[in-house]
Design a protein around this ligand. Sequence first.
Ligand SMILES: Cc1cc2nc3c(=O)[nH]c(=O)nc-3n(C[C@H](O)[C@H](O)[C@H](O)COP(=O)(O)OP(=O)(O)OC[C@H]3O[C@@H](n4cnc5c(N)ncnc54)[C@H](O)[C@@H]3O)c2cc1C
Length: 535
Amino acid sequence: MSGLQPREKVDFLVLGGGVAGLSFALHAADRGTVLVLTKRQRFEGSTQYAQGGVAAVLGPDDDFDLHIQDTLVAGAGLCKREAVEVTVREGPERIRWLQSLGIELDRESPDRLHLTREGGHSRRRVAHAKDTTGREVEKTLLAACEARGIRIVEDVVAIDLITTGKLGLAGPNAALGAYVLDRTTGDISTVEAGITVLATGGAGKVYLYTSNPDVATGDGVAMAYRAGAAIANMEFFQFHPTCLFHPQAKSFLVSEALRGEGGILRNGAGEAFMSRYDPRKELAPRDVVARSIDAEIKRRGDDCAWLDMSHLPKGFLVDHFPHIYATCKEFGIDMAVQPIPIVPAVHYMCGGVLTDLMGRTSIPRLFAAGETSCTGLHGANRLASNSLLEGLVFGRRAALRAVEELPAIPGGSHAIPDWNPGDALDPEEGVVVAHNWDEVRRVMWNYVGIVRTEKRLERARARIRLLRSEIRDYYWQYKLTPDLVELRNVADVAMLVVECAHRRKESRGLHYLLDYPKTDDRWLKDTVVSRGDVE
Ligand SMILES: Cc1cc2nc3c(=O)[nH]c(=O)nc-3n(C[C@H](O)[C@H](O)[C@H](O)COP(=O)(O)OP(=O)(O)OC[C@H]3O[C@@H](n4cnc5c(N)ncnc54)[C@H](O)[C@@H]3O)c2cc1C
């Protein structure tokens, strides 16, 4: 069936069709009715863009303790050890599960996977399918869902969660489903569910430059926050140092391997600047390089920096980096003769909707998994290739718990009112929405970026507050569009990032505050925000 009926009722409502949502769906499907919703086409999300692979202990020289240790070190003291333990220990089994569903991972011999090593990993442990692992993961999971007859509806945008609290019902505030907007018809459906799962991915679009696809507007975090759930650690956003800077090149990553092969970072005057920031120059860790590029761009007032590969032979570049070479060429940049314009870009959201080890949020009947959740695995910084793994592990764990809870949930329907469009007019002022989008993203980039100061955070807070109040007025005055839904979410998430960043008076992992440049263990705790704490 395509599209949604005005009223739907299911056992498991899964918002999101990436690695986390589909893993949940596949593990819950034989215990109740499942409905998966995706905001655009079913495969569109961060999962399908993941290049590197999935980390798990699979090599003969590796063991669980090493992977646990590497993850804890990356997390800079803030990981929850139990979350790290379950993720690492369940990792190999999740890879075998993907293989049982038919994924083709690269092999070095018929009975051994080929494993790569990435920054921060002390062993080779990243299983991959060439450099398009995410696409293979997504394809495999979607095919498995199709084979199981799991219903997936595309082009529908969850607007808000329906909760007992919102309906004024007695007892603890529990999730009852969601209101959902059909992108094509503009109709709004009421979907009632025994269990609702947030698997809506990250929120890179809160910032001006990001490697994330357009769907990454933090909808799950924003909806959960508005419904009253606890949100944690939103100050920790990981930046990728080198994203192609070109008006038409949305979110194209220029691999860190280029620097490994001798790429030189230059400023607008053509100077190689990294030696001023770190003796390891271009080979300093990812966060140091990203911070240095950001500082240099801001110091000079340039729009971007440049990654110069032009001293290397063209044959070598085409041979080693065929995809990057061809993509740059499409945008009129020949990396064999000219430097590539780049900016650091937001890549991964380490915080999110706070969950326990079974994916339960602070709201009964509401679960979260994948990038939208904060399980405690990443702490203050994510270890590369641990995120697909987290989606696989916690998608399943959440499903195991949800199927246990389902029988105890009362079967009858609640008297949920239809979405009330009020006396909304057709939006004539699309320009206002576009302008506000742009403003939120610029404020975040300029004031809440890689390097923060108290003063800039204060400025951001004042501006975001104003924008949110404008958006709120606009929201209830005009007919809802997907853009408006996303704008409200982006602004809410921006506010949460500012709030968390403001509360943490130290520098740790991905949060770098110039006024407090040192790590201070008095802040060795999660930053937890709930509705009512801010506003
Ligand atoms: C360029 C890039 C490279 C990466 N490389 C790696 C890597 O090599 N290894 C690794 O481990 N990680 C990598 N990551 C991170 C990893 O891909 C993501 O963290 C992970 O795929 C997130 O999966 P998810 O299921 O949580 O969300 P996603 O895969 O992003 O899926 C989100 C889903 O939610 C839906 N959705 C969102 N909002 C709504 C709404 N309001 N209503 C309905 N549906 C909604 C979307 O349509 C989509 O289906 C990379 C990320 C990027 C962007």
